[in-house]
Design a protein around this ligand. Structure first.
Ligand code: IPM
Ligand code: MG
Length: 356
């Protein structure tokens, strides 16, 4: 089992180190190779996704990814910004299906910003299309406006687009995932305004004909944002495009107590995957040893399950995470009175100990 380890920037290096520690504590044989990515790779090689890093990722069975980005790169040309590394990996590896499960562990009900009764028992799965939409649509750029409110003015533009096969394959992923859960899919769109998302809605409806055992509902994205904080447990599988999925998954993360708890898996058609926490590089707390490594550790568990065929080891890690939470150990982001505050490394150590 070959794993490419790409820690990246900011807290990425700290949290990935803990996930690697947990993987090493399992009695499984991994070949792990580390490479630079993001700002760290830009500093060393002049590019956020060097050819050598991409090659390593492509050759691996799975990629364990930390986070990329730092304010100090904000002035760089877009193709050189750290974020291009993760976008490039997603595109080059064809990782179109992004799974972001939002589960509220019983021990963290109090850490959520919502009332306990709204989130207690919460288990929803956000499936975000990851290689299309306005993120990758062409053309894009800057130009002089030829019409609109200010003709002749400087303007910027991006293109929102989805092809039918792109929508079909993510719809299949969502319906199949729902079959293994509570058999309900909410497809989130903005069909009332955007042609791209009327098309999305039409294609999802068409694919649904093959899954009569799964319930399908359509919801506008603004309403979905509201329902997520009003009645989050009414969702089972939520499927949506790249942009809406980016926003809604951050929102959903707070239901679980902290964005530091939300793992993710990004898969291609061959089940090769990239696993990363849903949060970013958090430069404000980088190097302080306070970041929550649990989202990354849980991402490593998803990697074992989805790409490496080690469901049992995955379950062991997930149980160990529950165990440390039950012991009352908390990083700063999920700390509340009466619990024990620990740092990044202590949290990783505790998970390793709980594995036994
Ligand atoms: C995410 C992140 C990325 C995204 C950024 C870092 C490019 O926010 O994975 O959700 O927008 O997809
Ligand atoms: Mg995001």
């Amino acid at each position: 089992m070959k794993i490419a380890v790409l820690p990246g920037d900011g807290i990425g290096t700290e949290i990935v180190a803990e996930a690697v520690k947990v993987l090493r504590a399992l009695d499984l044989k991994f070949e792990m190779e580390e490479a630079l990515v993001g700002g760290a790779a830009y500093d060393a090689h002049g590019h956020p996704l060097p050819e050598s890093t991409l090659k390593l990722a492509k050759a691996a069975d799975a990629v364990l990814f930390g986070a990329v980005g730092d304010w100090k790169y904000d002035k760089l040309d877009r193709p050189l910004r750290p974020e291009q590394a993760i976008l490039g990996l997603r595109k080059n590896l064809g990782l179109f299906a992004n799974f972001r499960p939002a589960i509220c562990y019983p021990q963290l009900v109090g850490a959520s910003s919502l009332k306990p009764e709204l989130v207690s028992g919460l288990d929803i799965l956000i499936i975000r299309e990851l290689t299309g939409d306005i993120y990758f649509g062409q053309p894009r750029g800057r130009r002089t406006a030829s019409d609109g409110h200010f003709p002749g003015a400087e303007e910027a533009f991006d293109t929102m687009r989805y092809s039918k096969p792109e929508i079909e394959r993510i719809a299949h992923v969502a319906f199949q995932a729902a079959r293994k859960r509570n058999k309900k899919v909410t497809s989130v769109d903005k069909a009332n305004v955007l042609e791209t998302f009327q098309f999305w809605k039409d294609v999802v409806t068409e694919v649904h004909a093959q899954y009569p055992d799964v319930q399908l509902e359509h919801m506008y994205v603004d309403n979905a944002a509201m329902q997520l904080v009003k009645a989050p447990k009414s969702f089972d599988v939520l499927v949506t495009g790249n942009m809406f999925g980016d926003i809604l998954s951050d929102e959903a993360s707070m239901l679980t107590g902290s964005i530091g708890m939300l793992p993710s898996a990004s898969l291609n058609a061959a089940n090769q995957g990239l696993y990363e926490p849903s949060h970013g590089s958090a430069p404000d707390i980088a190097g302080k040893g306070v970041a929550n490594p649990l989202a990354t550790i849980l991402s490593a568990a998803m990697m074992l399950r989805f790409s490496l065929g080690q469901a049992e080891a995955a379950a062991r890690i997930e149980a160990a995470v529950q165990n440390v939470l039950a012991q009352g150990l908390r990083t700063a982001d999920i700390y509340s009175e009466g619990t024990t505050r620990v740092g990044t490394r202590e949290m990783g150590d505790a998970v390793v100990k709980a594995l036994a």
